[in-house]
Design a protein around this ligand. Structure first.
Ligand code: ZN
Length: 509
């Protein structure tokens, strides 16, 4: 007898429909899987057999062939265990075909018959070509939110099949939960950042204009604490981005919120010792997303930027330019979303003491290497480059209370509304050909920029970034102005003050 169960496989963050065909008939007893399964997928044979026996079903002395179609698509991972097991039960006449009509399935089987979540469950449920899809309970809310299917969550094979045999009853439908857009991750409040006016202003500009931010300063200056607070200033994700971020996090095997949908901008802060694949993506046979993709729609925080391997820093160029990253492995490749706001922290020199400081223990060769690694195109990407020093202890103790994140976010939202009138989500995204339209200059502002260019304080490449940053400065100061009001000299000078010259960033350069 022949059974067919729709399912899917995932590459990167895109699912491909797969039809699992199971035939049971005469011949040498055994189970063979054909149709380009990889090693993890071939192991389904052993998991399915154990799970079926443990759940009280018969393992028949017949010849069973499993064909995974289309045969040219590489099948990887354990997500086909459940459809193979269900197909086996129909093919060996332990379940009636009618009871499984129009039903697809995705899930890994434990040897005890439990149905377990697999990475990419959201994309798998989405790609499965059936009206009803059975998925593992863990991960079912996210699948129900995103996939245009009737999603049923199942915990174990035994009770799933018991329901099917009792008149074709499927497990309970998982209803999409309305996500809470107000639930913010607790990453600290800006009110705690005292006696750091420049750093506070930099964070506000970064949040309002979507500008990449570089914090330069010695260890202990509070760079990490600042970076964490940026996420709390950003608006929640729009519905389309929320769906993309949820797919990426599902494929990366990250924990999803209880409602299933990621609604807040994520913060990812990988260590510089993390593997290249973990950072960039392309892990496993499924080309699993890395940290640059997991931070899509949110913030990628790289602490100790100078310690990251040059190959990783180089690989950031494509996502920073195009908002995506291409990963490849063993002959197949895919493109993953990777549009993030980059926040980096670094010491002024390898030992952390900084230029001109008597305490610096670095050799000139070490400083040179450090500077070469960081200078150039990457540092140019940071619209905001500010120095952070440990705050004055007296001001921390006796200074006036600072504004909270809520108060700052209200201003950020107004600037974002102005950006929307310009057709972008944030000022940093204004395209080259729109620059003249949205960042026109007053005569005074033009003169100041000209002298900054002549003195070498500003490079040609930096000019565009300064105009975008000055736009955000002026929007914050005057949020009720028209979106194309010319930039004043004061805005341009304030922007120049928030973008430390490259030669100062890498002290020894
Ligand atoms: Zn040093």
């Amino acid at each position: 007898m022949l059974a067919k169960v729709p399912s899917a496989v995932v590459t990167g963050v895109s699912g491909t429909p797969v039809l699992v065909e199971v035939h049971a008939g005469r011949g040498l007893p055994g189970l063979t899987i054909v149709g380009l399964p990889d090693a993890s997928c071939r192991e389904a044979r052993d998991r399915v057999r154990a799970a079926l026996i443990q759940s009280g079903f018969d393992w028949k002395d017949t010849r069973v062939t499993v064909n995974l179609s289309p045969s040219e698509v590489r099948k990887q991972g354990a997500g086909l265990d459940l459809p193979i097991a269900l197909g086996y039960l129909v093919a060996t006449e332990q379940v009636k075909p009618a009871d499984l009509a129009g039903v697809g399935a995705v899930g890994e089987l434990g040897l005890d018959g439990s149905i377990r979540a697999v990475p990419g469950l959201v994309c798998l449920a989405e790609a499965t070509a059936a009206e009803h899809v059975i998925v593992p309970l863990d991960g079912a809310p996210a699948a129900a939110r995103i996939a245009p299917r009737i999603v049923h969550g199942a915990g174990d094979l035994k009770s799933l099949v018991a329901g099917l045999c009792a008149g074709g009853r499927l497990p309970a439908v998982v209803e999409p939960v309305v996500p809470r857009h107000d639930a913010r991750p607790d990453l600290g409040d800006l009110a705690d950042v005292r006696a750091q006016p420049v750093a506070r202003f930099a964070l506000e500009l970064a949040a309002a204009g979507g500008h990449h931010l570089l914090l330069v300063g010695p260890p202990g200056a509070g760079k990490t604490m600042l970076a964490r607070r940026l996420v709390g200033l950003l608006p929640p994700l729009d519905p389309a981005t929320a769906a993309v971020v949820t797919r990426v996090h599902s494929a990366a095997g990250l924990r999803l919120p209880a409602c299933g949908l990621v609604t807040q901008p994520p913060l990812r802060a990988p260590h510089h010792g993390a593997s290249q694949v973990g950072l960039i993506g392309g892990g496993g046979a499924t080309l699993r997303p890395g940290e640059v993709s997991a931070s899509h729609g949110g913030v990628l925080f790289l602490d100790e930027l100078g310690e990251f391997p040059p190959v990783v820093l180089d690989a950031l160029r494509q996502p920073l330019e195009e908002g995506l990253i291409r990963v490849a492995r063993a002959g197949h490749a895919t493109t993953l979303p990777a549009r993030f706001q980059l926040v980096a922290a670094m010491n002024p020199c390898p030992c952390g003491a900084g230029r001109g400081d008597a305490g610096c223990r670095c050799t000139s060769a070490a400083r040179g290497r450090y500077a070469r690694r960081l200078s150039g195109p990457l540092l140019d990407r940071f619209d905001l480059r500010v120095e952070v020093q440990p705050p004055d202890p007296l001001l921390m103790l006796d200074g006036p209370p600072e504004e909270s994140s809520d108060a700052v976010r209200a201003r950020v939202d107004r600037v974002r509304a102005l950006a929307a009138e310009r057709g972008v989500r944030a000022n940093a995204e204004i395209a080259d050909h729109e620059l003249e339209r949205w960042t026109p200059l007053t005569d005074d502002a033009r003169r100041d920029l000209e002298s900054a260019l002549r003195s070498g304080l500003l490079t040609g490449r930096g000019l565009r970034r300064i105009r975008l940053l000055a736009r955000t400065v002026q929007d914050l100061r005057d949020p009720v102005a028209a979106p194309d009001v010319p930039l004043t000299a004061a805005s341009v000078m304030a922007a120049l003050g928030m973008r430390m010259p490259m030669s100062t960033v890498v002290g020894a350069a």
